[in-house]
Design a protein around this ligand. Sequence first.
Ligand SMILES: [Zn+2]
Length: 505
Amino acid sequence: MVTYMDTEALVRLSPVIVRGQVESIVSRSDAAHTEIHTDVTIRLLESLKGGAGRDRIVLQLPGGSVDGYQSFVFGSPGFRKGERVLVFAQPTKRGALTVTGLFQGKFRIESEGGVDFAQQEGAGDAGLVLRRGQKREAGRRPLADLLDQVRDLVKRHPTLEAALTPPAATGPVDAVSSADLGFTLHPIIALRWFEPDSGIPVTMMFNPANAPAVVPGGARPQFEAATQNWTNVTGSTIVMHDGGDTTAACWRADGVNAVSHGDPCGQFPDFDPVTCSGVLAVTGVANFSLESKVVNGASFLRFREEDIVINGGTDCFFADPGNYGEVVGHEMGHVTGLGHSCGDPFSPDCATDPVADAALMNAFAHGDGRGPTPQKGDINGVRFIYPPAGFVDAQLNGSAFTTGQTSSLTADFNGTAKADLYVFVTLPGGGFFALGAGAPNVLVPVASNLQLGFALEVPLSTHTFTGSEAAGAYTWYALLVRPGLNPAQSANWLSIDSAPFTFTP
Ligand SMILES: [Zn+2]
């Protein structure tokens, strides 16, 4: 998650701003493959700030692929060899030059009708925080207009002396490297954990060192709540296990899924506490494998290790109640495999989709104190990725009806197994009536040997009350039973859900 940066913020926070062409793309790692990064060499056509006298700069991006080991960070920008770019760059804490604001500082230059346009990198899987009063600028603008604005802003925000000579990109020691890749690595296929398919939890550990002390109630309880809330989503098998405290830190393949604070390995740029802007937190996939599995019709690769790195200098943001919880809960949503519900170029416009807008995985933090609570859209997402054998979630459009009103029963389904589906309502005077039956108190399935899958708001029954129905308390039940087995024995059930209501003539 990063804060939104307009052009002025990008200029202010970037000691180096250049226009050029991508010349080579090489991934490097240390000998143990604990950290992979990718060096993107840009041949300069113009230096707008900080690059005077240079003909090339090297950007270091987190992630890449070396010797069959691969990693990536949600929200890192993509580059292709030969691509023309305008890049705003700032150093990481350990001195390597990288793109400002994860992806926001990268513009692709493309010609259209003889005019060059600058297209800002899509938000991808990173989150944006739009601060109160901020307006988003157009992501695509005529290049000449953007360059004019940048040149004006550079006069107001000149490069600091110390940043005039950007340090050479540094990386892991004992580096081994790949050949020129021609592109930076972004998995095209979605990823998920395979452990939940065998009932194994995904263990996340908490590194308390440098955790922000300003978080109301403390940071760790918010982390615990995030693990519990993602685990407690019904109809999803993923268990996010709080593995206790650890000294493991950073985004690195050390075999521990860790939340660490203050970016202790200096992998990301400083957060700017004066303007309260920059990279708040990053979820990095430290390791994944090319094993694949099809779930609910979608193909997934396998997560092997993920780390959440919370930046330092972020007290200005985390002092507000619920903000740390929302950020750690959102990042943990990425750990499960979720992308953004809305707000980036690969998801709907938040204004057009209330469910996506309310989601924790909204690309823009709500910042309203909600903390790490998955909402309907998040729940749907994690159910899709981690289906149990069978699951049904029944919904009724009300809980109290009178004559002339219409009740409508729907259900969300999820699952990998086959099942017999029974839908019945218990009556105020005792007994029940099953859908599909010709008489009361006869239990018959409405569907037999049904292959379960992910389906939302499947209509099961509508009924308009005439006034002849018995007054009192009713309850709808939707029941999934292993095919052909006795529905009266709960051992045969895959899932059951109920929806009570009353009728008053
Ligand atoms: Zn995000």
